[in-house]
Design a protein around this ligand. Structure first.
Ligand SMILES: C[S@@+](CC[C@H](N)C(=O)[O-])C[C@H]1O[C@@H](n2cnc3c(N)ncnc32)[C@H](O)[C@@H]1O
Length: 310
């Protein structure tokens, strides 16, 4: 299958990294190598691109695409939350910048085998790394009703979470749910007809929730952000593109905490402590232009936040 994915906020991300031709940069979400191509194009012979993806198929696609660029590169199959171990293996101490463009690529979404899409019939899988053990099948058929409800509510921000969990548990008592379409049918039955007619596809939020659980997306992100900020050189930048409020909140809170690590009880007139932040005051997030949203609807909810290490 051909790798099709349009990089979101490409110019803003590349500009935001303030690339130096001899710098070391990490693309922690290599995907098809779209953003990495932009990084490579600006690196000279002493620069280095380290590309990481947990998905083997993405690495293969990126390798092909990046072969047209002369920059030095190391592509690694790993989780970006293991950034410190990846750098240690490569003998790299500190880096000049890093990019995280979160979530799944269109290539993963559009590949019917992977089970990410509620629009295509597929086995319930949703693993970004197909060597991982937990699948969407295990979550849908193995988690108890309360666990399912909590995931769908917290990671999908779905108001009908309790009903969806109830219906899934009832349905799977007859026979395990095996495919995306079986799950979509149960979700549709659980959401009242009037609510189903409003807003996005009725399965969108539940699929997002299960995908986040299967890939431990929020846990990995939380760990990764601090580790990426730790390994930046002074003046180095971390650029993160998020696609929903749960991810964005983690990025915003981490950048704020690293800017001002003092936590004081509420009610104190002034919060002063001996801790000193190690990133500059975070600015407002950038969002895509109207033109980009029109040509690439996937960019609609994107936010780009950049942290600069002191
Ligand atoms: C939105 S796509 C990136 C697209 C890429 N920026 C481009 O322009 O082609 C996200 C990629 O990150 C990978 N990914 C998501 N979470 C990851 C993680 N925790 N560790 C490593 N890779 C991850 C996914 O497998 C996917 O290939």
């Amino acid at each position: 299958m051909e790798f099709k994915h349009v990089s979101v906020m490409f110019d803003e991300a590349i500009e935001g990294l303030d690339l130096k031709s001899d710098g070391i940069y990490v693309d922690g979400t290599l995907g098809g190598g779209g953003h990495s191509g932009g990084i490579c194009a600006k690196l000279g012979e002493n620069g280095l691109l380290i590309g990481i993806d947990r998905d083997k198929d993405a690495l293969m696609a990126a390798e092909k695409r990046l072969s047209q660029y002369k920059c030095r590169k190391q592509l690694v199959q790993s989780n970006f939350s293991d950034i410190k171990a990846v750098l240690e293996d490569l003998g790299v101490d500190k880096i000049d910048g890093a990019l995280l463009d979160l979530g799944v690529s269109s290539f993963q979404l559009d590949n019917p085998e992977r089970g990410f899409s509620y629009m295509q019939e597929a086995p319930l899988d949703m693993r970004m790394n197909r060597d991982d053990s937990l699948t969407a099948y295990d979550v849908v058929n193995g988690y108890d009703r309360d666990e399912l409800k909590d995931i769908i509510k917290n990671y999908g921000e779905e108001r009908w979470a309790a009903r969806i969990a109830e219906f899934v548990v009832r349905e799977r008592a007859n026979k395990p749910l095996e495919t995306t379409t079986e799950l979509v049918d149960v979700i549709k039955k659980a959401i009242p007809a009037k609510a189903r007619r409003e807003g996005p596809h009725p399965a969108k939020r539940t699929f997002q929730a299960i995908r986040i659980e299967v890939n431990d997306e929020l846990g990995r992100l939380e760990k990764a952000l601090d580790d990426f900020l730790d390994v930046l050189k002074p003046g180095g930048r971390l650029a993160v593109i998020t696609f929903h409020s749960l991810e964005d909140r983690i990025v915003k809170d981490t950048f704020r905490r690293r800017y001002d690590p003092c936590t004081c009880p509420p009610g104190l007139p002034m919060c002063v402590c001996s801790k000193v932040g190690d990133v500059e005051r975070p600015g407002k997030p950038l969002i895509p232009t109207d033109e980009e949203v029109e040509t690439n609807p996937r960019s609609r909810s994107a936010k780009l936040r950049i942290a600069v290490k002191k």
